[in-house]
Design a protein around this ligand. Structure first.
Ligand SMILES: Nc1ncnc2c1ncn2[C@@H]1O[C@H](COP(=O)(O)OP(=O)(O)OP(=O)(O)O)[C@@H](O)[C@H]1O
Length: 361
């Protein structure tokens, strides 16, 4: 188990980690999420004793990293900035690590086999692709068969097969009772991989809960409705929206930037909103499926489909970290360049990450 208690780290007047407290339990995959600059890498570095906190503690199995005996047997880590000796073969790189920790030579072969690098083990690691470099980093992390794995962006640079491989590896290690703490920017990947999430923003804890609970907290839930009378149903529901907005006063002026004909548009404050999809279905927010069904029945509107949709992890993440994003992009100014999320949420600029060639070095 990893335990972080009241951990804080400041660089100059920049607070990178701000009184963080959480625990990472064994037997499951815990995803570590946060917008760029949220403090994820700093937290991982503090856990690994690579930086000193201003206050608070981080322990692994109850012991600070610096006090662990034979740390490679206790904790394996893959950090974003990899330090592979480029002139060495993959085999020799791992052998040096193993020898420095008193690990048997046989573990080198086992770790190489585990990550699928046996055939290229004698090749210079400096010539490896980013994906192969990631695999080598994971082999190094797994060398001591540790109980705890800390992985910073492990799927970065991996091809789809590599992504699947690491997902399955993490799942099997978690099933074997290991503690897996993994950061990633790929929400769809995290949604498929993680059991539990620690989400931070501006160094502070935003969420410490299961993936399902995190998504359920998002208000981006909607209901997909198919009907041969979309205009009539939209009108019925619009009546509800008008009543709701009248009672919540002064807000008004829903400007229809959706493609729905005459429907009220998305209102982030939780009023009833209706938009129309390209294939003519209605997306209703702010009203439960049962109520929509009742209103349709009362108006004698035929329904062909009434399906509650839950937010994706990405949508929930965008909504719940909205106040914690450091680098906003004005969607209107950059509509051509920035992939606009499906929901009416701000987009997040991706800070430059290690380029492929740099990382391969
Ligand atoms: N060595 C350092 N010196 C000064 N500031 C730093 C240092 N390391 C991190 N920071 C700052 O601390 C904050 C947290 O950075 P950190 O790299 O931990 O965030 P992150 O969540 O890992 O971000 P990303 O997702 O972009 O990798 C950022 O504002 C960063 O600029």
């Amino acid at each position: 188990m990893i335990e972080v208690h009241d951990l804080s780290k400041r660089y100059g007047d920049k607070i990178a980690v701000d009184h963080l407290t959480f625990a990472v339990e064994p037997g499951q995959i815990t995803g570590f999420l946060g917008p760029n600059g949220a403090g994820k890498s700093t937290t991982m570095r503090l856990i690994l004793g690579l930086d000193r906190p201003q206050s608070g503690t981080a322990t692994i199995g109850g012991v600070p990293y610096a006090d662990l005996r034979e740390p490679l047997r206790k904790v394996g880590a893959l950090l974003e900035a990899r330090a592979v000796h480029t002139g060495r073969s993959a085999y020799n790189h791992l052998l040096c690590l193993a020898q420095s920790q008193g690990l048997p030579r046989a573990r080198v072969d086992e770790a190489l086999a585990l990550v699928g690098l046996t055939e290229v083990a004698r090749k210079r690691a400096g010539g490896f692709s980013l994906g192969m470099g990631q695999r080598l980093g994971i082999a190094a992390a797994m060398l001591g068969d540790p109980q705890v794995l800390i992985l910073d962006e492990p799927v970065n640079g991996l091809d789809p097969e590599g992504v699947l491989w690491i997902r399955n590896l993490m799942k099997s290690l978690a099933a074997a009772g290991k503690t897996i703490f993994v950061s990633s920017h790929l929400m769809s990947e995290m949604a498929q991989t993680a059991d539990h999430l620690i989400v931070i923003g501006r160094g502070q804890l935003i969420a410490d809960e299961s993936v399902d609970a995190f998504i359920a907290r998002s208000s981006q839930r909607s209901v997909l409705v198919r009907t041969p009378q979309p205009a009539q149903l939209a009108k019925e529901l619009e009546r509800e929206a008008v009543a709701a907005s009248a009672s919540s006063a002064a807000n008004g002026n829903a400007n229809g930037n959706g493609n729905g004909g005459g429907s009220p548009d998305a209102d982030p404050d939780g009023a009833v909103t209706v938009t129309t999809t390209d294939d003519g279905a209605l997306i209703v927010r702010g009203m439960e499926a049962a109520e929509i069904g009742e209103k349709a029945a009362a108006a004698r509107v035929v329904l062909h489909e009434l399906t509650p949709q839950r937010a994706s992890l990405e949508e929930a993440f965008m909504e719940l970290t909205r106040g914690s994003v450091e680098y906003h992009v004005e969607l209107d100014q950059h509509r051509d360049q920035v992939p606009v999320p499906a929901q009416d949420t701000p987009s997040v600029a991706t800070a430059d990450r290690t380029s492929e060639s740099e990382a391969a070095e």
